[in-house]
Design a protein. Structure first.
Length: 355
């Protein structure tokens, strides 16, 4: 990869500086009095990509009870623990926090399970007393469920029917509605709907992230855990990290008809430290990915390079009233400097820049 980057750098430098004639280029530089300094620098090759502010953790809330949709949230609403996601036949379907999806009715006599522990943890957080928070549904759990149901205006049955709560990871922000008011889901009464995958609404977490779509030929620059720089609206630059990568389909309009186009990838980026992404949903930001880094290498200003033909380059060094040419091999170019190796080239030398 490094060798390829050097070849690309040489080609780009040849186009930038011109390689038609070494003498002409040398004379052009010689007419300038501007100089730069040969330095040891850390050079980083970066790619800047455009990203969009959004939210992490998108999911679809599915109906597991039958009935008529009688209440829906608004897009953008944030639902917190114990809050109503939507309502069927006037009764709420509620949010509880947890990583394990609800998959059964919870009542006295059910086998121990992670879902029982989640329910008890949520009841305790909401101010009820389920006893020891564990995987065992006890009589104390039943009493806590009764009290919770009474406060909600539900019949105190001591059991939580499948579909009455949705276990999701933390507070949820409503991003889209899949059902409509008055729509009937399933049959009559409190029973599972005919299809266990009836979508009602879509949500995300409340954690803001930046999504960056990369084309197939750019995928190699992003990897999970990679450090990046995020340039926020207004120009503030904050550190970030790639938290996730997901394949995305190639644009249908890309390439020639019949040409097979490779899918790209979407990188999900979170800012790190104490920094926060502003509440500017859909706003555009720039993300800088570092492709390769060369540490403490001998470097010259990019404008000091003179093309002398055949993809060969040189710099002109001044000192004590003298002027001499040193042939150099360029490497990585970044931030106005380029890595340069040449016999006799040393840090501290003054080189003509042609500016």
């Amino acid at each position: 990869m490094a060798a390829g980057a050097v070849l690309l750098a040489v080609g780009a430098l040849a186009l930038l500086l011109g390689s038609s004639g070494g003498d002409a280029a040398a004379e052009s530089s010689a007419t300038s009095g501007a100089t730069g300094t040969v330095e040891r620098r850390t050079l980083a090759e970066r790619l800047t990509a455009t990203g969009t502010i959004g939210y992490a953790g998108e999911t679809t809330v599915l109906a597991r009870l039958s009935g008529t949709v009688t209440a829906l949230p608004a897009i953008g609403d944030v639902i917190r623990r114990g809050g109503r996601l939507y309502a069927l036949d006037g009764e709420p379907v509620l949010l509880m926090h947890g990583a394990t999806p609800a998959y059964r009715t919870l009542t006295a006599g059910v086998s121990e399970g992670r879902d029982v522990e989640q329910l008890e943890r949520n009841l305790a957080a909401l101010g009820y007393e389920p006893g020891t928070v564990d995987e065992d549904f006890t009589s104390t759990t039943t009493a806590a469920v009764d009290a919770w149901q009474e406060d909600l205006g539900l019949g105190a049955s001591g059991e939580v029917a499948l579909g009455r709560v949705a276990f999701l990871r933390g507070p949820q922000r409503v991003t889209a509605l899949e059902a409509t008011l008055g729509e009937g889901l399933g049959g009559d009464g409190e029973a599972e709907v005919d299809s266990p995958s009836t979508p009602v609404l879509r949500t995300s977490s409340t954690r803001r992230v930046v999504g960056v779509e990369l084309e197939a030929n750019q995928q190699s620059i992003a990897r999970r855990g990679q450090k990046v720089q995020v340039v926020l609206p207004g120009g503030a630059e904050v550190p970030g990290e790639v938290r996730g990568l997901a394949a995305i389909e190639a644009s249908s309009g890309a390439g020639d008809p019949g040409e097979e186009v490779e899918p790209g990838v979407e990188a999900t980026i979170s800012v790190t430290g104490k920094h926060r992404i502003p509440a500017l949903d859909g706003a555009t930001v720039n993300v800088r990915f570092t492709q390769q880094v060369r540490k403490h290498v001998l470097s010259v200003p990019l404008t000091a390079l003179i093309a002398i033909g055949g993809n060969r380059f040189a710099v002109y060094v001044r000192g004590d009233g003298s002027r001499k040419r040193i042939v150099v091999s360029p490497g990585l170019a970044a931030d106005g400097y380029v890595e340069a190796k040449g016999k006799g080239l040393r840090a501290g030398m003054k080189v003509e820049t042609g500016e």
